[in-house]
Each structure stands twice: as C-alpha cells, then as structure tokens.
Write a protein that binds this ligand. Sequence first.
Ligand code: FO1
Length: 319
Amino acid sequence: MSPQTEAADGQVVALTGGIGGAKLCLGLQRILPPGALRVIVNTGDDFEHLGLAICPDLDTTLYTLAGLANAQLGWGRNEETWTFLRVLESLGGPTWFRLGDADLALHVERTRRLRAGETLTSVTSDLSRRLGVCSEIMPMSDQPVRTMVDTTDGELAFQEYFVRRRCEPAVIGLRFCGADHAQVAEAAAQACRAPSLRAILIAPSNPYLSIDPALAIPGMREALRAGGVPVIAVTPIVAGTAVKGPTAKIMRELGLSPSPLTVCEHYRGLIDGFVLDERDARLAAAMDLPVRLCDTLMQTIEDRERVARCALELAADLA
Ligand code: FO1
C-alpha cells in the first residue's frame, strides 16, 4: 500500500478479542490517521470478581493501544506492583485471578461508574480517552454476554476455565449466556455503518472463544455487513497451531482440524477475504475467496504494522 492509501480518509473497524487481536489493532492504529480506528471488543470473558466488573479483553485492548500493556504477562498493565494481591492472600482471599495495583484502579472506577448507571460503552470511551488512546474502543454490547465452556469436567464460567483451570479440561461446547437478549452496542452498530468506513477486519483472535460471542448477538452479523465494505479475517492459525493461546487445542477437542481452512469456513457468509500466513501458502488454492499471503507472526511493532497493512491492502483490492 502506498503511503497515500494508508493516509486516505476512511474509518476502519476491527472486531477483536484478547492479546492477538490487540496486536493487530496497535498495528492499525500506528498506520492509520488518528481517530480512524474503531475497535469492537469481545465482552464474553467479562465477569464479576471480588465485587468488581472485570472486562479482560476491553482492558487488553485499552492498555495495548495506550502503550501501557504488560508485554511479559500478555494482560494487565506494565510496571505493575502486586501489594493488593499479596495482602489479599495473607487475608485468605482468592488470588487465582491476579489483579495488579494499577490495574485494580481501573476495575474499581469502572465498577463505580457502571453502578451509578453509566453504560459500558460510555465508561470505556471515557477511560480510553483519559489513557490517551486516539482510537475508539467499544464493547460489543452494553448487556452482559457470558461465555460458558462445556468441558469434560462440566460447564465452567469462562475465567474459571481459562485462568483457574488453565484451559486444561477438554472443551465439548460453548454457550454465550445472555447473547439472545443482548443488543449490538449502538456505538458499535454506528461504527459499522459510518459513511466513511472502508474496511472491517476480524482480528486473529480465537474464533470460537473471542469472536463467536459477538457473532451470537442478534444483528451483529448484519451490522458487520451493513456498511457494504469488505470484511477481512486475519488467520489465528499458522502452520497448524495457534500463535498464542488454546485455539488449536480447542479446535481439536471440538473435532475440527486446526487449519486456516477451518477458520475460513467458520466465517463463511461473513467475510470477503482472508489473510493467510505465508507458511500456509499451499492452502490458498483451497479457499474459495480472495486471499493475501503475509507473515502474520506479530512479535515486533513492525510485524504488527505489516499485518495491518496487508489486511487493509486486501480490503482496498476488494473495495
Ligand atoms: N490471565 C491469566 O492467565 N491469569 C490471570 O491471573 C489474569 C488476570 C487478569 C486480570 C485482569 C485482566 O484484564 C486480565 C487478566 N488475565 C489473566 C487475562 C485474561 O483473563 C485472559 O487472557 C482473557 O480473558 C482471554 O482473552
């Protein structure tokens, strides 16, 4: 893409989950003009813990786009301290879900404002502005949607499965509790029909755990198609494995082949193009939609910009 195309007017919407998706969003934020990126974030991982409203994927996105993310942990804030957790432990409180001191302030403030009647959209928008983020970050819905994981050890709430049980129990199925009655957040729906919209990207997040909760909300698929712009997915699977997290393990447990072909098929009817990792180039011929090859591993900042650029180039080709 030429620098002129990158700087072209036009909004980009990204639908994302946790860390992998946040990396792509940072790449997008860096190559787009300030304010051009709007990020719709999975809230299926949200839960109440210690009386606080915890929104892990919103916060991973927020901290990443604010340049405050904890690169070692992959979640939470950088330069974190853990006094609260140590004292909590000494008092016999639950410490399986680790809340750092600085991170804690965000949860406390969000909880206070939600209890005072603000929407999650409004709180998130204000907090990201206060953290200096130039992109709009928004939840997929203002109503609770909770991912429940049916496993060989019974049904587990998402964080019980993901953090407490370290994704060890085999997954049999997934349920997005509340999705049937939830609505697409108005800001998210508006972002998808902005007249200046030029692309919608589905980040390389776990399709089953991180993207499906959003797609389970009535009207979300229609909202993503409403603007009539190309919808592009970036592969979360490279050479038969997930770059990070349990995507490939879950796919095997669900009886699916951990292949980009499976992911592409999963998004059939929603996407117009697919960014495939160059290591999987031989699979391109088996995909019945436009494909662009790219090294999708995102370790450095330059990697993130490269993947973002590749996805936007494919969208521009299809526009
Ligand atoms: N992930 C962990 O593996 N262990 C934790 O103790 C943990 C705490 C935590 C606190 C705040 C937050 O925003 C995220 C946190 N995460 C933790 C990450 C998170 O639960 C998952 O990575 C996501 O839900 C999956 O995208």
